[in-house]
Each structure stands twice: as C-alpha cells, then as structure tokens.
Design a protein around this ligand. Structure first.
Ligand SMILES: NC(=O)c1ccc[n+]([C@@H]2O[C@H](COP(=O)([O-])OP(=O)(O)OC[C@H]3O[C@@H](n4cnc5c(N)ncnc54)[C@H](O)[C@@H]3O)[C@@H](O)[C@H]2O)c1
Ligand SMILES: N[C@@H](CCO)C(=O)O
Ligand code: NA
Length: 444
C-alpha cells in the first residue's frame, strides 16, 4: 500500500493497493483484463488505485495481453513483496496455492480466491491464519461463479436460520446434461465443448464425478449451518452413469435430470440437528424452478426460517463471469485496506454433527430389466414393503425379452432404499438393474 500526503492537509492518503495475481488461465486472464479496462472506475470505488504488481504464470514464453515485465514464474517471491497488499489466487489445485495463500495471510495480506477444491479442505487453516493476522479471506467466485451466494449467506442472512441450500452449482455437468436432454448429444463431444468454453476444470473428472459440486456443497454447508464441513463429509455421486435413455425415461415422468448439491439441516424426532451435504444426479419435476436452468447456468435455492425461499440464478462458470465475482471481492478487500474494516470471519460455533446419507430421507427411481412372467411385480413390490418403503408409481415398458419395470418410491431413509435395490439385484427375476437415481423437488 503506497501512501501520499494529502494536499488538503487532512493527513496521509492511500494512493495505491498492490495486487498480485497468481495464475493467468481462464479466470486470471479476465481478471487482469478487467483491472486494466476498469482501472479508473475501480479506483473511484476503492478510494485508491488497484495496481497489478505482478502476475504469476507457469510459462513465461506464452504470448499474453499484458506487459511482460509483470510476468513471473516465481509466485512465492511475488506474494512476499512488500508492495503487495492483496493476493488473488487463480491457479487452482491444493499445492502450491495452499502455502502461498497461507504465507500471504500470515504476513497480513488479504486474499481473494476462486479455489473451491482448496477451500473445501483447508478453510479452517486459512481462516485461522486470516483471523490471526487481521487479514481478509474472500471467495465469492468459488461457488456458483458470478452469482452472489457466499456474501448473501455470510452477510445478508447472518440474522436468519438457514434450513436448506440446494441447487445446480456445476456448470460443466449442467451443460452436458442439458445438451443430452435437449438434443441427445454425445457425452464426450459436449464435455470437450465445456472445456473449450472455459467451464470445465483442468481435470474434468472433478466436474463429471461430482468432486467440484461436492467441494462447493462443503463451502455452502459450512457457511449456512455455522459448522465446519469439508469435502470428505459430502456424499457424492457424479453424472458418468447417466445416459440419454435415463433422460428420455425421466421425461415420461415429467421430469429431467440435474446434478444437485443439497445442504440440509436435518432434524431428528428428538430435536437433535445434523447437517446433510450431498451431491448426486436426481430427477426433478419439469415444473420445478431448477428444471429450467440450462447450459452452464447455475442456480441456488436457499430456504431460511424467516426469509422464506430465495433463488439465485446466473452464470456459474466461465472466465468473465467468474472474474466479476473475483473483482467484487478484490474491491471489498482493497476498501478494507484503504478505509479500515474487516471482511466476515469464519463462523463455526454451531458445530453440528454430519448426518450420514443412509439416515437422510430420499425418494428413488429404479429402472430394471425383468423376466416377463406373472408374479414378478408382486415379488418386487414385496422387497420394498419388507423395508417399509412404499411405492409411488410402477410402470412396465416393453414385453418379453425387452420387459422393463420402472419403480418410483415415496420418501424413506436412503439406507432402506438402497437395501431394496441390493435385494432387487439379487433376484433371479430381475435381469439387470439398469438405472438408480434419486428424485428431488417433490413434497412426498
Ligand atoms: N473456469 C471457471 O469457470 C471457474 C469458475 C469458478 C472458479 N474457478 C476456479 O478458479 C481457479 C482458476 O480456474 P481457471 O479456469 O482459470 O483454470 P486454468 O487452468 O484455466 O488456469 C489456471 C492457470 O494457473 C496457472 N498455474 C497453475 N499452477 C501455477 C503455478 N504454480 N505457478 C504459476 N501459474 C500456475 C496455469 O498455468 C493456468 O494458466 C480454479 O481454482 C478454479 O477451480 C474456475
Ligand atoms: N468447473 C466448474 C467451474 C465453476 O466453478 C463448473 O463447471 O462449474
Ligand atoms: Na459466487
């Protein structure tokens, strides 16, 4: 932070805030662009000029739209510079991002990051470093890209009691499922397109296997329920087993399939509260607001005791939208440096236990190939009733060799539902359980 004497005699004025950008990929490139293009507006909003002191990259030789003097392949030295006040971490991954952020915070520099994979493991460590050094740690871009969800949860809803945060928080998988649903597009082609458009992670396994959505669920659940929730606490299934046939079949039940991240305050009959955080592809009715969220768009629905239901919708991925959230945080961090004040601290006072997926009430959709003979339906139904799972709908399709049975259950503990599926898999009359998905967004 450089200061100058105010000519009015009012004392010293902060002239500039030094910014270090780590990583110049999809998001970093856009952050650097906006910093340059909007420099005057940002200065007016912050009360000091945001000056990029350096940008850490892996490949110095790669041509980039930036003064090459600013580039460095030594992020540690950049972070350690005395004239850096705020570090913007956009390289992703755990190491070296974790140690760079920690060092920055420990030396009193504020940090803005979009790194959900890191935060879902190490928010505790980083937030402690920030609190100790009275520095800020901001991460709006880490969940649902441009959409403000972290700030509403930490600040606007700080006086309410959140019951549920559920939504579509991975753009890549929503892009893939939407294309498969609308056009029956091939999975690999759509995934490659998501990468080209800057939505997919460097390793798209994080997207399609649900790790990215699970990291975001951990971050959302931690904030919503004032409890530290890490990625390991989140039950996770990805979309790799979902087929175009599943999407077609879902349509016959007036549903579509979305990868949902669900964070819920689960209340037991004795009043005990636990936190459930889970990610899986689920059928949702076409009439549900999340069913209309297409392409790489994200949406998050928050239910709070007094606010009621709130919905946040917009671009959850892509360089420019994500950079918008990064810049918002950067302005906050810089304003705090210039005018004093602090960003929100981590809040984990509630320390609620984590509910296991088996205890959470869910509904199932099970599609299976069956032997086409009398009594099979009754046998299948009895496996559900034995475990106190009641059936909401049963539909037979095809006949003879192609006979298929689709069963939709009412709500019951997930453990009972999955035990029913295991029992079906053991039945001679069930030739193959071809698809098992949960059903969300219904009251029963
Ligand atoms: N792309 C999105 O839509 C999006 C949205 C929200 C959050 N994020 C998060 O933002 C971060 C960046 O995402 P991205 O899409 O820009 O990724 P990216 O892979 O396009 O960019 C990361 C850049 O960092 C550089 N880098 C990695 N390690 C480095 C190191 N040690 N030193 C210097 N440079 C290094 C890489 O060379 C690459 O250019 C990730 O944490 C990601 O999860 C991305
Ligand atoms: N890969 C992520 C980027 C946004 O966090 C997605 O597809 O949503
Ligand atoms: Na966001």
């Amino acid at each position: 932070m450089s200061q100058t004497q105010d000519p009015t005699g009012a004392g010293t004025q902060t002239r500039s805030i030094g910014v270090a950008v780590l990583g110049m990929g999809n998001v970093g490139t856009e952050v650097v662009r906006i910093l340059e293009e909007s420099a005057d507006d940002l200065r007016a909003r912050v009360g000091a000029r945001l000056e990029v002191r350096g940008v850490a990259v892996r490949d110095l030789a790669k041509p980039r739209k930036i003064d090459s003097e600013l580039l460095t392949d030594d992020p540690a030295s950049l972070v350690a510079r005395d004239d850096v006040d705020v570090v913007v971490e956009l390289m992703g991954g755990i190491d070296p991002a974790r140690s760079l952020i920690r060092h920055a915070l420990e030396s009193g520099k504020s940090v803005v990051t979009a790194n959900k994979a890191l935060l879902a493991e190490y928010t505790g460590e980083l937030a402690t470093a920030a609190a100790t050094a009275r520095a800020d740690l901001y991460f709006e871009a880490a969940v649902a890209g441009a959409i403000p969800v972290i700030r509403p949860l930490t600040q606007s809803l700080a006086g309410d009691t959140v019951e549920r945060v559920a939504g579509i928080v991975n753009g890549t998988t929503n892009f893939i499922l939407s294309a498969m649903d609308a056009d029956g597009d091939d999975y690999d082609v759509v995934l490659a397109e998501a990468g080209r458009l800057g939505y997919a992670e460097a390793d798209p396994t994080a997207d399609v296997e649900g790790y990215d959505a699970a990291a975001k669920a951990a971050i959302l659940a931690s904030i919503a329920f004032h409890t530290r929730v890490t990625a390991a606490d989140v039950y996770r299934e990805g979309i790799t087993a979902v087929t175009s046939a599943d999407l077609l079949a879902a349509r016959k039940f007036d549903c579509t399939i979305k990868l949902l991240s669900i964070c819920e305050r689960v209340r037991d009959t004795d009043g005990t509260q636990r936190v459930s955080a889970r990610v899986y592809p689920a059928l949702i009715p076409l009439s549900h607001p999340l069913a209309t969220v297409g392409g790489a768009f994200n949406a998050v629905v928050v239910e709070a005791q007094n606010a009621g239901r709130l919905m946040f919708y917009g671009q959850g991925a892509g360089g420019a939208p994500t950079a918008s959230a990064v810049l918002g945080d950067l302005v906050m961090a810089a304003r705090n440096k210039v005018h004093g004040g602090r960003g929100p601290l981590e809040s984990t006072y509630a320390k609620l236990p984590i509910a296991s997926i088996g205890d959470v009430p869910t509904r199932y959709y099970v599609s299976m190939r069956v032997a086409d003979r009398p009594g099979v339906l009754a046998q299948i139904a009895s496996e559900f009733s034995k475990r106190s799972v009641s059936l909401a709908a049963v539909r037979q399709e095809g006949a003879g060799e192609d006979a298929r049975l689709i069963v939709v259950t009412h709500r019951a503990p997930d453990r009972a539902q999955s035990e029913c599926v295991a029992a079906l898999e053991d039945m001679d009359e069930v030739l193959k359980v071809s698809s098992v998905l949960r059903l969300e967004g219904t009251d029963d």
